[in-house]
Each structure stands twice: as structure tokens, then as C-alpha cells.
Design a protein around this ligand. Sequence first.
Ligand code: IMP
Length: 423
Amino acid sequence: MTVDLLLGLQWGDEGKGKIVDVLTSKYDIIARFQGGPNAGHTLEFDGIKHVLRTVPSGIFHKNSVNIIGNGVVMDPVVFQKELEGLEKFNIDVKTRLLISRKAHLILPTHRLLDAASEASKGKAKIGSTLKGIGPTYMDKTGRNGIRIGDIEMDDFKERYRALADKHQAMIDFYDVDLQYDLKELEEEFFTAVEVLKELTFIDSEEYLNKAMREGKSILAEGAQGSLLDIDFGTYPFVTSSNTTAAGACTGLGIAPNRVKEVFGIFKAYTTRVGSGPFPTELFDEVGATMAKVGNEFGSVTGRARRCGWLDLVALKYAVQVNGVTQLYMMKGDVLSGFETLKVCTAYEYKGERINHLPYNIEPENVTPVYVEKKGWEADLTGMSTYEELPQELKKYIEFIEKELEVPIKVISVGPDRKQTIIK
Ligand code: IMP
């Protein structure tokens, strides 16, 4: 049996949560493979909006098993809140969710280190969500981290203390003004660890490989987006994990030859939250309209997202790195009402026209080259079939498919589960 992957192709916030939720009924297992509570996967159904942070988006379907894989970093404090939120809706998280013993723990001092590191960078800051993601992955690769499985060990508290003390010295080294009460944070942390212990910890690579042998179907759910990948994103303005397809193999213990379909999720335009290059960013009324109509505010931090035209150079790059087999276009409805739409098909780079992502994509090096497409007026939010969509949108879709050489299988025309058009 094989595994399908679902990934974001831009700078995150593409709408992955909604699509996992829509697809879940087809899969036995939904597994998150990287990232942590920096993610905010939004799902909307029955008039209620849910934002998931670490829990996979299949949690609302009672027949699917949800797994937090080894590649994820988990904050017990955030998880406890997420759990309480879901239990209010009678979602039985404790029986539907399994957690890898090899996933790493985010300590309160990881969060503080994140804040200290960002404060010390001044204008060059990454624009991190400050959830402790970078410092936790640093400890993972530095071979100092504490993992979920360590919670079951007798020396968990000593190991915690040793690492937290080391962090404390590092925070002091940054010499920034950070107000915090570590005792209080630690109390909150250890209370949350007790809650976490009520969940089932597993060797998820064993579980998943056995499930595959038994013929079960698995959907691997990515977080953030390909352009935030630690290797292939717009470094250093990236997150600290591999958000691209290879991350699903290392983050779950699944061999590459097991991967079948790769679903690439993208918005009909582009957004980015936090700092870093964004060639097609708009600073005018058009960008402001996209932000307003698209409700482009971060689901984790509430920060306003930067908005711009669709960038096919960047998208082509993401399609290539991930081996995308099917595209899912989100938020097509947000583009209704623009007379003309622009699509970036190349960059002017050092006097040359290129159509790949160069090493330096800072705004001073790159000028986007656009083609113009005719817009449409119709409100798409009530449409349910491909035939109903305006001709101009169909042309927009066909143009993207031709440029990327991958079919667009689904067009999302609103946040609700039902507002999903299969082509
Ligand atoms: P961090 O991973 O929280 O340290 O953030 C690093 C960069 O990735 C920042 O620019 C964040 O805004 C961005 N980022 C992290 N997680 C997400 C996400 O889920 N959606 C969009 N951007 C994200």
C-alpha cells in the first residue's frame, strides 16, 4: 500500500487543513510529519471554525486514526489548550490520536530563546511565530533535545532541568530585555505534560509501516509551505523543518518508494506572513483588497498577511521539488471583481530573463515579469460544479495547468467543506 502527501506550495496558509478534512474520509490514517504549533490549520464546517495547531486535520472524522509523527515538535502547553478546545466539541482526541515517541518537546525555554533570538536580530528578524520552533529543532539536530518518549523515563525531570538551565545561560547571553517568570511557565509545562501522558505514545514508524503492510491508506499532512522549507525555502526567512515531500519520509519513517500521489495546495494568489523576499508582493489597493476579501490574517499570530499576485516561477519550483502530481487551487473566490489579474511567469534578474528561483531573490535583484489575464465579476462562493465557473476563471486555471504541467483537480471557492469543486 502507498502513502499520499498533501503539501503547501507557497509560504504557508494555503488552506491545507480544509483539504485534509475534505479528503480524510478516503484514508485510514492521517499523519503530520513536521512543524509544530507554528501551524494553524483552519477547518470550517457546520458554521463553526476550528483552528488546529499540532493535531492532524483528520481528527474530526471518527473513523480515521491521527498520528503526530517523529518529525513534529510538540508543545504540551499548546497541545493541552488544543485538546480542551476539541473536547468541547465532543471530539474524542484521546482515542483518535497517537503520538510518536520520537517527536521532540518544545520547552518553555525554547519559546524564550526564540523571543531572545528574534529581539537580538532587530530589523533582520525572521518574523517567527515565537512558538520555540527554531530552538527546538536546533536542539534536535544538536543532539540535545528531549523527546516525547523521554516523558516515560525516570530521569525526565533531571534531563529537563539540565536543558532548561543551559537555555537560561543562552538567554542571558543574548542580553535582551525579556520579561518572564520561569517558575510559572514551568508549572504550566509540567501540568500540561501530565495531560499529554494520558495520550498514547507509539513507535510511529513501526505503526505506519505495519499499517501499510495491512493495506491501510495513509495521508501525510504537511505544515507551512514549500518556500518556508529549511533547505529550499527563502533562507534564512524560513521555518526550521523540511516542509517539502522528502520531509514526509524522514518525518514519518516512510520510504520514498511508498509515496504515490503528491497533492500540492496553492492559493489563486500569493501570501506571506513574517519577513523575507516576496517578488510579487503588492503594496497598493489591489493587495489591500486581497487581504480584506481573503481575510488574510494569521490564524496563529493574528498578524496581517502580505498579499500579491500568483507567482508561477516560485510555484514551478515547488512543484518540481515536491514532485506534485495533482494541484488544488484555493481561494479562487477572493479574485472575483478584479478587472485584470496578473500572473508572474518570469523574473528579470541581473539583466536577464529567468524562470527559476535564483539564490538571491531579494527585491533589489528580482523584478517580476507578468502576463495579464481577464478577471471575472461573478461571486463563486455558491457554485458547486466546474461548469458553473466563469469562462475567465477557467482560462486562468488552464493557463496555470499549462505552465506547471500538472492538472488542477480541485478548486476551492470558500472556507466551508461544501465549497469545494472537483474538476
Ligand atoms: P517559525 O517557524 O515560527 O520560527 O517562523 C518562521 C517563519 O515561518 C516566519 O516567517 C513565520 O511567519 C513563518 N511561518 C511559520 N509557520 C507558518 C505557518 O503555519 N503559516 C505561514 N507562515 C508560517
